[in-house]
Design a protein around this ligand. Structure first.
Ligand code: XMP
Length: 509
């Protein structure tokens, strides 16, 4: 394991992924982690991330100086470099001007960290402070014109520091530099594979669960599908899945889940048809947040009504991912688990007295997809776009009715099929249809029509926090538009949403 101590960098997770991309397992820790924990976890090296603080600021995050006593190599990046070098006696000062963007460094020593890196190479800089002077024991490995200590080494302390960010793609040889650190300096073998992870995770589930029964809520999405497939491999019939039909699902969704999990995987699947209750509660409600609250509440009722019938159930499985765990900044991740819980099955485990099983909590989304493939989930499922918990209720603007749901369902089906047929489904991040409850004038044959608008939205994003609209070719848009208008009763106009997030959001409600 490579430990990443996160000083609040926007790139903390990115560093963790880059390490894993080199088949070395990585974990993110708080900067004030006890050194004993790192020793227990058997870390082979430590990376100190960047961060927004200045080393000399009052509340600057610090780390235990004993990290240098662990005997493993340490790589400091940006703030991490400044902090570590100042702990080792260097002097840090504000740079003449904040350096931000691409810079050319000249490599002076290519014996280890810069092995096989070009003598002149481009790096990404983003810093206000820099090293002013270092005590004896430090070697300069690389410099830029304005930053003489762009990379340093202290051999006795096994410390390496880089002022730039090797983890971002704007540093073209950054991966090479990280690989040098991992393989040559830390001695990692690069043998960590998803297959190993799967086997370990399956064993860990068996250990934890014993002879008890585990309930897993299926949503139709990737994460819960992977959790179910993994648990099924681990404990077979001790797994019971619950799928709630809330009446707000896409066409063929429920049958799809039944075919895959009951039919193909032979998993014990309970389907709760709670659609009448959901729609009754949503009657007359137009406020999006109110809709969400109602749907969240009804979901708990539906889930509980089924879960309490299941004998010997002691555990609830959840598809909590690594970003959910670390974003909370909590020491042990429990707080994060609760946030996600609130999102999905709010407070259920407490109410029913369940313990949690979260086999994906160390993985990133793309790693979950890889794991899904290994577990034999079909490509269609593994590469599904996300779909919101409140379902089509937030894609029918205003009041939700059966008739409006039919319109948005049919439009959605055509849209997704055309995006797939154009070979775009895996290129874009999320595609959706929204029913805009506004009547516009049209003409069909000799008839004047006065019908609703369907808005098509498709976005490209990596984290769903920011997004841009997908550049769908006009021919595909044209096909989507004519098919929806011709085939979906009640629609005479289709528009394409060209807003980015921010300031817009991905969903319309
Ligand atoms: P927004 O609209 O906030 O969406 O830009 C970002 C991502 O989150 C999904 N989303 C939700 N997911 N419950 C969910 O489980 C919700 O209430 C919800 N609202 C938005 C959205 O589909 C997108 O992927």
């Amino acid at each position: 394991t490579i430990a990443i101590l996160d000083f609040g960098s926007q790139y903390g997770q990115l560093i963790a992924r880059r390490v894993r991309e080199n088949n070395v397992y990585s974990k993110i820790y708080r900067p004030d982690i006890e050194i004993e924990r790192l020793a227990e976890d058997g870390v082979a090296g430590i990376i100190l991330s960047g961060g927004p603080a200045s080393v000399y600021a009052d509340n600057a995050p610090k780390t235990d100086p004993r990290i240098f006593e662990l005997g493993v190599p340490v790589l400091g990046i940006c703030y991490g470099m400044q902090l570590a070098t100042s702990m080792l006696g260097a002097h840090i000062k504000p740079a003449k001007s904040r350096e931000y963007g691409r810079a050319k460094i000249t490599v002076k020593d290519s014996s280890d960290l810069f092995n096989a890196v070009n003598e002149e190479t481009t790096v990404w800089m983003s810093h206000g402070d820099q090293i002013d002077a270092v005590p004896a024991g430090f070697d300069i490995l690389a410099s830029t014109e304005s930053c003489p200590y762009a990379a340093v080494r202290n051999s006795k302390m096994k410390f390496y520091g880089v002022q730039f960010h090797p983890e971002v793609t704007h540093t073209p040889e950054g991966m090479e530099i990280l690989r040098n650190f991992l393989y040559n300096i830390c001695g990692c073998e690069g043998s960590w594979k998803m297959q190993d992870f799967a086997e370990e995770a399956i064993e860990a589930v068996r250990q934890k669960v014993g002879d008890d029964t585990v309930i897993c809520g299926l949503s139709g999405g990737v994460d819960s599908a992977v959790v179910a497939a993994l648990l099924h491999k681990a404990i077979g019939d001790q797994l019971v899945c619950i799928f709630v039909d809330n009446g707000l699902l896409r066409n063929h969704e429920r049958e799809g889940v039944e075919t895959m999990f009951r039919g193909h995987f032979k998993i014990n699947l309970h389907v709760v048809d709670w659609s009448k209750q959901f729609l009754a509660k949503l009657k007359g409600v137009v406020d999006p947040q109110k809709k969400r609250k109602i749907i969240g509440g009804e979901f708990i009722e539906a889930f509980k009504s089924e879960a309490c019938k299941i004998q010997n159930a002691k555990f609830l499985a959840q598809g909590t991912l690594y970003p959910d765990v670390i974003e909370s900044g909590s020491k042990d991740g429990n707080l994060a688990a609760n946030i996600k819980l609130h999102h999905n099955v709010g407070g259920l485990p407490e109410q029913l007295g369940f313990d949690l099983v979260e086999p994906l909590r160390d993985l990133f989304k793309d790693e979950v997809r890889k794991l899904g493939e290994i577990l034999g989930l079909p490509e269609d499922m593994v590469w599904r776009h996300p779909f919101p918990g409140p379902g089509l209720a937030v894609r029918v603007l205003g009041e939700v009715t059966e008739e409006k749901l039919r319109v948005v369902r049919d439009a959605d089906e055509i849209l997704i099929n055309e995006i797939k047929a154009a070979g775009l489904y895996r290129k874009v991040s999320q595609t959706l249809a929204v029913l805009v409850p506004v009547e516009t004038v049209g003409v069909m044959g000799d008839e004047r029509t006065y019908e609703n608008v369907i808005a098509v939205r498709s976005v490209d994003t990596t984290d769903f926090m920011t997004a841009d609209f997908s550049r769908i070719p006009y021919e595909t848009l044209s096909l989507i538009s004519s098919r929806i208008i011709n085939e979906v009763r009640g629609v005479n106009r289709v528009v394409y949403d060209i807003s980015s997030k921010p300031p817009s959001t991905i969903e319309w409600e």
